[in-house]
Ligand binder design. Structure first.
Ligand code: GLY
Length: 318
């Protein structure tokens, strides 16, 4: 059995590529890396890789991670600039026994020495979004913009290996050096081939408060189906944050167990995700949480898919 699940519609092309690789016998490490690179390389996705939106100093600082569920190896980069594929650098780092999580200049030096592709990740389109935003908030304090989407994936191969990986430009207009959940093991991602994996998108500062990806894997280890595990963890964190702090940021999670069963949960409207399974075509679904805290989802229509791309590629009106 092989399978793949990922946050957001933007992962669809990557998941489709990963699925082809898994079908041809690739392992879950190669497939998840290739799938995330596909998202990083597409300039119209403005929260991941090339074309990602910049921090308040107009710099694109990227976070990414990779975890191997066989060995529990973890590698991550945070606030890295000017490299094309942060997920590949994270995966390379996962093979180090020490110094496997690097930030900023240290991550860039490592990437340079290892020969990773340098690239100016700030596109003209991202600059236009930045100028537009500055005009919108002229005279006010700059605040991080909350509409941001991380790509997070879990992958299972035919040999039973589970991996998880993430990549994001984080919050638009974030402070220089700000790090979200995506490169933090247990928060943005977790993988254990004996159980399964989980990955997150949403407000990093709040996702981290629940170590939520680890929590979902822990619940699956106790025997919960991934759907139950996602709902229980997301609903509990959402409730705890509201009780203690008055509000909860966006929390959306995907998970898959070692049998290829999968689940999602969210506390927002309009969370999309992509799934591929052996014997089935890759699909995009739209999820929402009902009054009872259960998450329901349906396959995205062709119109929705077309509209999504049209919106993503529409000119930026400054
Ligand atoms: N979840 C991505 C971030 O907060 O940076």
């Amino acid at each position: 059995m092989w399978g793949m699940i990922a946050t957001w519609r933007m992962a669809f092309e990557g998941v489709s590529k990963g699925a082809e690789m898994l079908e041809a016998g690739s392992n879950a490490g190669d497939a998840v890396e290739a799938a995330i690179r596909e998202v990083e390389d597409f300039p119209y996705y403005k929260s991941v890789g090339y074309g990602g939106l910049p921090n308040e100093e107009m710099e694109v600082e990227l976070d990414a991670a990779y975890m191997d569920g066989d060995t529990l190896d973890v590698g991550a980069v945070a606030a890295i600039k000017d490299y094309a594929n942060p997920v590949s650098i994270a995966r390379r780092l996962s093979r180090e026994t020490v110094n496997s999580v690097l930030v900023g200049e240290g991550a860039e030096k490592f990437a340079h020495k290892e020969g990773f592709e340098r690239k100016n990740m700030l596109t003209d389109r991202a600059k236009a979004f930045y100028r537009k935003r500055r005009k919108e908030v002229a005279g006010q304090e700059l605040k991080p913009y909350s509409g941001h989407d991380t790509v997070g994936m879990v992958c299972l191969d035919d040999g039973g290996k589970v991996t998880a990986a993430t990549s994001t430009s984080g919050l638009f207009m974030k402070k220089k050096g700000r790090v979200g959940d995506s490169p933090i093991v247990g928060s943005g991602f977790y993988a254990d081939s004996k159980v399964g994996g989980a990955s997150a998108t949403g407000l990093g500062e709040d996702l981290m408060k629940g170590c939520i990806s680890y929590e979902i894997v822990r619940l699956m280890k106790e025997g919960l189906h991934p759907q139950e595990a996602c709902e229980r963890a997301v609903n509990l964190l959402d409730a705890e944050l509201k009780e203690r702090r008055g509000k909860a940021g966006d929390l959306s999670l995907v998970a898959m167990n070692r049998e290829g069963q999968w689940g999602v949960a969210t506390n927002i409207e309009g969370f999309s995700f992509a799934v591929a399974l052996k014997g089935q075509k890759p699909k995009v679904y739209l999820a929402k949480r009902g009054e009872d805290g259960r998450c329901t989802f349906e396959e995205a229509s062709r119109e929705w898919m077309e509209d999504y791309m049209r919106t993503r590629m529409a000119p930026v009106e400054e």
